[in-house]
Design a protein around this ligand. Structure first.
Ligand code: MLT
Length: 325
């Protein structure tokens, strides 16, 4: 029997899988002082979402000479809250659930895309405030426009399929995807990130956050966007991210909104979460959501079950296919 700490919640179905297998589960959330005082060292495994930060110090505090965690499960995709190097140094396996939330993130991205071009958040805000802005809230169609995807993994490909079915032409940049591996009738893969900005009026971010991707969407690149669609319509420039905060330079994006270079900015993720003090929140052409791309009933059920089964495999001595180290 293993002792498992589930610190940021998990679906009931997932908890049941683990308890039915005879394991002892704690679903208490621990704050950093408790984590640093070694509260996890009495557990064999911990499963986190994004709230629990498994830093080097927390990982070191979670093991003793003879005991402590051997497994860190990230119930979700992004592992920027886990120090993978420190975990590896201590022989701790880290696993995530890379595919379980794909559909949900795809759908929220498309939701933000349509909200941006048809001004839906602004229309709702102004109407509630008593104003009927039928004449000023003129949008544009996405049909016949070029969508640029930064990163071309599972989620971006799902967005590409959905956007193509809505009549968009798809362009992507991903240095980790082999040229020639993508059907060019589905998507044009570019070798230069700048090309995405010069060619596309609508851009969605789908890469991981790392030192390599920090602020790759910056003022120089945003200034390359032309605001004119492939169909010749002056549709403006639209930027979306449901990936990770910090890939878009938010200060640069705000300046671009202020100057009119960007017609809209839609974010589900922020450099600081929650973005309470962000001046973006006061800009009419910005709209956002509080990091909810994976927050659907379906995704959370899939994530929980996948993570529980991954942990059971690990406890049975099988190296999980989702292991990241
Ligand atoms: C993920 O990486 O799985 C999503 O961004 C959701 C989250 O972090 O909670």
């Amino acid at each position: 029997m293993a002792r498992i700490a589930i610190t940021d919640g998990m679906s009931d179905g997932a908890m049941k899988i683990l308890s039915d297998a005879g394991h002892e589960i704690s679903s208490e959330h621990f704050e950093p002082p408790d984590l640093l005082s070694g509260v996890l060292s009495t557990f064999d495994a911990v499963i986190v979402r994004s709230a629990t930060k498994m830093t080097r110090e927390v990982i070191t505090s979670s093991i003793t000479e003879s005991n402590g965690i051997q497994f860190i499960g990230r119930a979700g995709v992004g592992i920027d809250n886990i120090d993978l190097e420190a975990a590896t140094e201590h022989g701790i396996i880290v696993c995530n659930t890379p595919g379980a939330s794909t559909r949900s993130v795809v759908e929220l991205t498309i939701g933000h895309l349509l909200s941006s071009v048809r001004n839906i958040p602004r229309a709702d805000r102004t109407m509630r405030a008593g104003s009927w802005e039928k004449k000023t809230l003129r949008g544009s169609e996405i049909y016949g426009k070029r969508l640029g995807l930064i990163g071309f993994g599972r989620i971006a490909r799902g967005v590409a399929d959905a956007a193509r079915s809505l009549g968009m032409e798809i362009h992507a940049f991903d240095p980790y995807v082999e040229n020639g591996s993508i059907d060019p009738s589905m998507c044009t893969l570019h070798e230069e990130l700048d090309d995405i900005f010069t060619i596309c009026t609508h851009i969605s971010v789908h890469c991981n956050f790392s030192e390599e991707t920090k602020h790759i969407v910056n003022s120089d690149r945003i200034s390359l966007m032309t605001g004119v669609g492939a169909d010749g319509i002056e549709c403006g420039n639209h930027l979306i991210s449901c990936a990770r905060g910090g890939i878009i330079d938010e200060d640069a994006a705000l300046k671009a909104l202020e100057s009119g270079q960007l017609s809209s900015l839609a974010l589900d993720v922020f450099e600081t979460e929650p973005p309470d003090q962000s001046p973006l929140l006061a800009h009419d052409d910005f709209h956002g959501s509080p990091h909810i791309a994976a927050s659907t009933m379906e995704a959370q059920a899939r994530i929980g079950v996948e993570m529980a089964n991954t942990l059971l495999e690990f406890l049975d001595g099988i190296r999980p296919v989702n292991s990241l180290n």
